[in-house]
Design a protein around this ligand. Structure first.
Ligand code: ATP
Ligand code: TZE
Ligand code: MG
Length: 218
C-alpha cells in the first residue's frame, strides 16, 4: 500500500493476485489497480479462491470496478466471480472448464476484461471471440500456485501485445502449457517438475511455441 502508487507507473503491466488478502493488502491492490488505470497500463486479475469467503467476493467486486484487462482463474473461480454457483475447494477448482464457459462470456460482456478459464483444456473469451488451448500436463495442478504464475505470465504477454489482449492471453496460456509438457518429460514428480518448468519457460523460443501451440477457435 505504501509503494504501489510509485511502483506501478514503472511497469508495463500489473498482475494482482488476491491469494492471501487482508485490509492492508486490499488497499495496496486497489491503489495499484487505480494507478494502472490512470496510467493506461493493462492489469490482470487472479481471483484466488474468490467463492470461498465473502471477503474475497467483496474485494473482487471492488477490483472489477477498476477494469482489469484480463481475468485468469480456474473454473470454480470464474463461476463465483460471475455470480454463479461454484463448487471450488479453496484455491482448487471442482468444476469442469466447460461449466464456466457461459459465465466467462457473460463476465467478459459485462466488463472490459478478456476472461481465461484454465484447466485440462483452457478457454479464453473476449465476449465475442473464443479459443480453446489444449497445451498442458496433468502434473500442473499438483503444484499449487502454477495458476498464479500463469497469471503473471499473462500480464507479461499483455505488456508487449497490448493491441490484442485476447491473443496475448491465448499465447501466454499456450506457452505455459507447452512448457509444462516439456517439463513433464524429464520430471519424476511435482518437485522436480516445478524446477523443470522454470527451465522450460526460460528455454522457450517463438519457433518452439509456433510448433507446439495447440490452439483452436471456439
Ligand atoms: N488436468 C490438467 N491437464 C493439463 N493441464 C492442466 C490441468 N489442470 C491445469 N492445467 C494447467 O495448469 C495451469 C494452471 O491452471 P489451474 O487451472 O490449475 O490454475 P489454478 O487452479 O488457479 O492454480 P493455483 O491456484 O494453484 O495457482 C494452466 O496452464 C492449465 O492449463
Ligand atoms: C498465491 C496464493 N496464495 C494463497 S494460495 C495461492 C496460490 C493458489 O492460488
Ligand atoms: Mg489460482
Amino acid at each position: 500500500a505504501e509503494e504501489t502508487l510509485e511502483f506501478t507507473p514503472l511497469a508495463q503491466a500489473l498482475s494482482i493476485n488476491i491469494g492471501t488478502p487482508s485490509p492492508h493488502w486490499a488497499a495496496g491492490m486497489k491503489a495499484a489497480a487505480g494507478a494502472a488505470r490512470a496510467a493506461g497500463l493493462p492489469w490482470v486479475l487472479d481471483p484466488v479462491a474468490v467463492g470461498a469467503t465473502s471477503y474475497r467476493q467483496a474485494l473482487c467486486g471492488d477490483l472489477l470496478a477498476l477494469e482489469p484487462a484480463v481475468i485468469r482463474g480456474n473454473a470454480s473461480e470464474i463461476l463465483a466471480l460471475a455470480g454463479a454457483a461454484a463448487r471450488g475447494k479453496g484455491a482448487d477448482s471442482a468444476d469442469p472448464v466447460e461449466a464456466a464457459e457461459a459465465a466467462a462470456r457473460a463476465l467478459a460482456q459485462r466488463s472490459w476484461a478478456v476472461v481465461a478459464v484454465t484447466g485440462p483444456v483452457d478457454y479464453v473469451t473476449d465476449g465475442t471471440r473464443a479459443w480453446r488451448v489444449h497445451n498442458g500436463d496433468p502434473m500442473m495442478p499438483k503444484v499449487t500456485a502454477l495458476g498464479c504464475s500463469l497469471t503473471a505470465l499473462v500480464a507479461a504477454f499483455v505488456a508487449v501485445e497490448a493491441a490484442d489482449r485476447a491473443e496475448a492471453t491465448v499465447a501466454a496460456l499456450a506457452c505455459f502449457g507447452l512448457a509444462g509438457e516439456i517439463a513433464a518429460r524429464g520430471a519424476s514428480g511435482p518437485g522436480s517438475f516445478a524446477v523443470a518448468l522454470i527451465d522450460a519457460l526460460h528455454a522457450m523460443t517463438p519457433e518452439a511455441l509456433d510448433l507446439g501451440a495447440r490452439v483452436e477457435p471456439s
